[in-house]
Design a binder for this molecule. Structure first.
Ligand code: SF4
Length: 483
């Protein structure tokens, strides 16, 4: 994110996850903030999910709806376009980030405005819309409180739902005091770090924007194909202000957010708040269908974004990721995310979902370290309200990442291992050699650092010294005659 008028940077995958994670692990304050926040949300989610007797049936229904929608997405998208158009809206199709940014920029320019208010939208972060608008001399003001904190700090979101999860309230107070004046209404003098004071400062700062902005840009949680209704769920009411006050509303939505009907939507409106914020229902659920004379925006544009999604749909294993409703439950249970935070993933989509979505959107070769940013413990799969089998997709993408670099050390090692495991004679010889070498390197039953490229293994794991005798050898001596 960038200050008004300066040029922003779209960031992705640099440095790679292991390097970024190593640096993040040294930040003890970040880890403390993350642990406190994820533990709180996790406990709330478990409590409200367990209140519903049909929670598992709801999850199954969500999976079935998402699978059905993915199978017939072409049909539902055309249906959605027809319904939005019939209701007075205009639908635009964007195959990639550049096309989506061009469409939105031209729409804003056509209004003659130089400022837009925005409500939290991961799709617009994915395409770097704020930066594209800034290049055209248009300033985008984030109005979601957490996004505002991220924007004022020239920072990056670190969580899907709580983008400023890495900041504590003292940091936020200092940020408001130092930066709000650069963007509009300054922070009150002697601002304290009490959450109510901070919220009031943000409210005053944003009110000025809401009352003057003529154009708003939003994301969408869902769009109902059979009526053309777009849905945004949020907690603060700032989204409602963005969606109703400006004269022109532009919504940028990934094509996978389509649901066939309102009865399908009902399933997700039960699952999403419980899985995300641990609430029984969202404080604000805004729905709108095209335009209405004398009420709300006079112009409505829906930009349907592909940007790698149809390629993802073509992958039989990876396509399940398109069912994601961005609840962030998988982040809050992930032991890796809890320690590294979201920035280490170098992507708009952090945590387990980022590790499987980003490589598919940008190509595995461009985010090859992300599928390895997991212990494969499976906690994400258990928590996911749509039952996306994230470990399965991680393993699938790991295989792709390795296949794409056949000369890499890992591919060569796998090839050598396959040859050895295929031959009992070679396996026995390799075990003897490894046992001899391992015991020579060991101190007090542990190997400190393996030699050569193998040190990548021992640098992050305890490596016990091999036993003096292999199981195969013991079996031959003691049991073979019993068969
Ligand atoms: S993968 Fe599942 S748990 Fe993670 S954000 Fe998406 S819907 Fe939520």
């Amino acid at each position: 994110m960038s200050k008004p008028g300066s040029r922003g940077v779209v960031w992705l995958g640099s440095p790679s996850f292991p390097d970024a994670a190593r640096e993040a692990l040294g930040n003890t304050r970040l880890r403390a903030n993350l642990k406190r926040a994820t533990t709180t949300i996790r406990d709330k989610r478990l409590a409200v999910a367990s209140e519903l007797d049909d929670w598992e049936q709801l999850r199954d229904a969500a999976t079935a709806i998402k699978n059905r929608t993915a199978r017939h997405l072409d049909r539902y998208l055309v249906q959605l376009e027809a319904a939005v158009t019939a209701a007075g809206g205009t639908v635009h199709w964007a195959s990639d980030a550049a096309e989506a940014n061009r469409i939105v920029t031209e729409l804003v320019q056509a209004t003659g405005e130089r400022e837009v208010v925005k409500i939290k939208s991961m799709a617009t972060q994915e395409i770097g819309l704020n930066e594209a608008l800034a290049e055209a001399g248009i300033t985008a003001y984030e109005t979601d409180l957490a996004e505002l904190i991220v924007q004022l700090g020239d920072d990056r979101p670190s969580h899907i739902l709580v983008p400023a999860i890495h900041r504590n309230r003292t940091e936020i107070r200092d940020l408001f005091t130092a930066e709000m004046a650069h963007w509009g209404q300054p922070a009150p003098e002697n601002l304290g770090d009490d959450p109510r004071e901070l919220a009031e400062a943000a409210r005053l700062h944003l009110r000025e924007k809401f009352l003057t902005a003529k154009v708003a840009v939003s994301g969408a949680n869902f769009a109902v194909a059979d009526t053309g209704t777009v849905v945004v769920v949020e907690s603060e009411g700032n989204g409602r202000m963005c969606l109703t006050l400006p004269e022109t509303l532009i919504t940028v939505m990934g094509i996978e957010k389509t649901v066939p009907s309102w009865s399908d939507l009902e399933v997700f409106l039960q699952l999403l708040p419980r899985s995300s914020t641990g609430e029984r229902m969202n404080p604000y659920t805004s729905t709108w269908t095209g335009t209405t004379d004398g009420d709300g925006p006079r112009e409505f544009h829906l930009v349907l974004l592909d940007n790698g999604r149809t390629d993802t749909l073509a992958d039989e294993v990876g396509r399940q990721v398109l069912g994601c409703i961005r609840c962030s439950a998988c982040l809050n249970v992930c032991p890796v995310f809890e320690r590294t935070g979201g920035h280490a993933y170098g992507s708009v989509y952090p945590g387990p979902i980022g590790a499987v979505l980003t490589p598919q959107l940008v190509g595995v070769e461009n985010a090859a370290s992300l599928p390895f940013a997991s212990t494969l413990c499976g906690a994400c799969y258990d928590a996911c309200p749509v039952k996306i089998d994230i470990p399965e997709v991680l393993a699938h993408l790991r295989a792709k990442a390795v296949e794409r670099k056949p000369r890499g050390a890992e591919a060569l090692a796998m090839k050598a291992a396959a040859t050895v495991l295929d031959s009992p004679r070679l396996l026995s010889a390799a075990q003897k050699a490894a046992a001899l070498g391992g015991r020579a390197l060991a101190r007090e039953g542990r190997i400190g650092r393996l030699p050569g490229p193998l040190h990548g293994w021992s640098d992050t794991r305890d490596t016990p010294a091999p036993p003096a005798e292999s199981f195969r050898s013991w079996w031959r001596k003691n049991r073979e005659g019993e068969r």
